[in-house]
Ligand binder design. Structure first.
Ligand code: ADP
Ligand code: MG
Length: 468
């Protein structure tokens, strides 16, 4: 006797056959196996997650109508997905998609860390709010390829990014891992790829997320007992961009869940783009299996830009903002700030701010003054101890004496000078400085600062001594 579910599905197929092309029917419906019918719920088995998603995306209306027609208004459909099991490929693994009931969502068999094989997906008919179009890409329009200046320092990463953008999931660069030090353009480039993909393929779901945010969302999902939704959401993304993956270091469970999302996306031909502050071999605190995935595609680095590129970046920025600067100023900036692009931009912004606040034209002179300050400020924060040491070396005094309460004249002056420098060169409070200099109170420190200032005003030689 023919089983009821086989019969029902056969009738469904007849309706479907009349409504789709024969090619589609062959591809998407012939491989489906009916497996169960109970309480008006028909369970069908599909070969993969991808298959299920495709059905959901393209044939949901048809399926819905067909099921209602065959099983009445109560009729529902459940999918059972044959999972590719990487450990044991000879034996397909089946997961059941439970119904929408809250109880089943809190399926106790789904323990952490998430195992893909235990992962469950809710009935697609009743998944609310997971329509692909609803995913906000979180991309910053300013970080486009147009605004990203090409140079020797970024040529490989940039062109690999461009290739990926034009064929997401379709190049050997999957994942594309962009790495390099701070402020060298990793985030910018990652956004640029996403923006480009969005332009070329508006239907693709692109998502940019920082690794911290990913981690936080995951932690929240564990707390709220909806890890499945978390995983499912990420598995639906076509282009997943995760920034600064080095922050996954030491977070085993996050790595675990990411590992499974990664595998799923990779297997279904989705594009993964990652950034990190180091090359994969130098990343610490990572599970080996995840690190090995990072090396599957291409790891491309961003290096510190050379002088020409730094000039080009400044010019681009000025052009975009519609600002005119003397060439010599641009060159001076580019010449002086060598560390990274972020600091270069920071210096430019400070300069523009200075000139507009003081209503001064931007001259080479102003740039020089500003840069000197800028470089000094970012260079290092000197400590009180260091200042004391320098002062003591200069006056040839033992440091203990300066820290003591002695009122010997030569010590008092050295101490005052140390206080003065501590005040002007560190962010320490007067009280803290006093504490370090013979347990004096803040009034004493203030007095010391005034005295030194006065002396500098009146005594040129004293001033020169201090300034060197
Ligand atoms: P990272 O993520 O590597 O720390 P970002 O991508 O945040 O660095 O870049 C820092 C700043 O420098 C951003 O404002 C970015 O637009 C800019 N920038 C970096 N590289 C370039 C480049 N090649 N062309 C133009 N701007 C750049
Ligand atoms: Mg960044």
């Amino acid at each position: 006797m023919e089983k009821a579910y086989v019969k029902v599905w056969e009738s469904c197929l007849e309706i479907i056959r009349d409504n789709v092309s024969s090619q589609s029917f062959k591809t998407w419906f012939e491989p489906i196996k009916p497996v169960k019918l109970s309480n008006s719920v028909l369970t069908i088995q599909v070969p993969s997650q991808f298959f299920y998603e495709w059905l959901e995306e393209h044939y949901i209306t048809l399926l819905k109508k067909t099921i209602k027609k065959e099983l009445g208004t109560e009729g529902r459909l459940e999918y059972s997905i044959v999972m590719e099991n990487s450990h044991n490929s000879s034996k397909p693994f089946t997961v059941k998609i439970p119904t929408n009931s809250k109880k089943e969502l809190k399926n106790p068999s789904v323990s952490m860390p998430i195992d893909l094989n235990q992962n469950t997906i809710r009935n697609p008919f009743i998944i609310p709010g997971l329509k692909k179009v609803n995913v906000e890409s979180q991309l910053n329009a300013n970080y486009s390829f147009e605004n990203f200046v090409e140079g020797d320092c970024n040529r490989l990463a940039r062109s690999a990014g461009f290739a990926v953008a034009n064929k997401p999931g379709g190049t050997a660069f999957n994942p594309l891992l962009i790495y390099g030090g701070v402020g060298l353009g990793k985030t910018h480039l990652a956004h640029a790829i996403g923006i480009q993909i969005k332009n070329e393929f508006p239907n693709k779901t692109v998502l940019y997320v920082s690794s911290e945010k990913f981690t936080q969302q995951y932690i929240d999902s564990v707390r709220n007992n909806n890890q499945n939704d978390f995983v499912h959401f990420y598995q639906m993304i076509d282009v997943l961009i995760i920034d600064d993956v080095q922050y996954f270091a030491g977070k085993e469970k996050t790595q675990d869940v990411f590992f499974h999302i990664f595998n799923h996306l990779h297997q279904t031909g989705k594009q993964i783009i990652l950034t990190a502050d180091k090359p994969p071999v130098e990343l610490q605190g990572f599970e080996q299996r995840l690190l090995s995935r990072f090396k599957w595609g291409l790891a491309a680095d961003l290096q510190t830009p050379g002088l020409e590129t730094r000039i080009a970046i400044l010019e681009k920025k000025l052009y975009t903002d519609g600002i005119d600067l003397p060439k010599e100023v641009i060159e001076y900036l580019a010449y002086s700030i060598t560390t990274n692009v972020r600091e270069l931009e920071g210096a430019l912004i400070s300069l523009l701010a200075q000139s507009s606040m003081n209503k001064k034209a931007i001259t080479l002179e102003l740039a020089k003054q500003m840069i000197d300050k800028f470089v000094k400020n970012t260079a290092r924060e000197v400590s009180i101890d260091y200042i004391q040491k320098v002062v003591c070396d200069y006056f040839d005094l033992p440091i203990e004496l300066l820290k003591s309460k002695t009122r010997k004249r030569e010590v008092v002056q050295a101490r005052q000078i140390a206080m003065y420098f501590a005040k002007s060169m560190t962010k320490s409070s007067l009280a803290t400085i006093g504490l370090h200099c013979g347990g004096k109170d803040h009034a004493t420190v203030l007095h010391a600062c005034r005295t030194v200032n006065n002396l500098m005003d009146t005594d040129k030689r004293f001033k020169n001594t201090l300034m060197n």
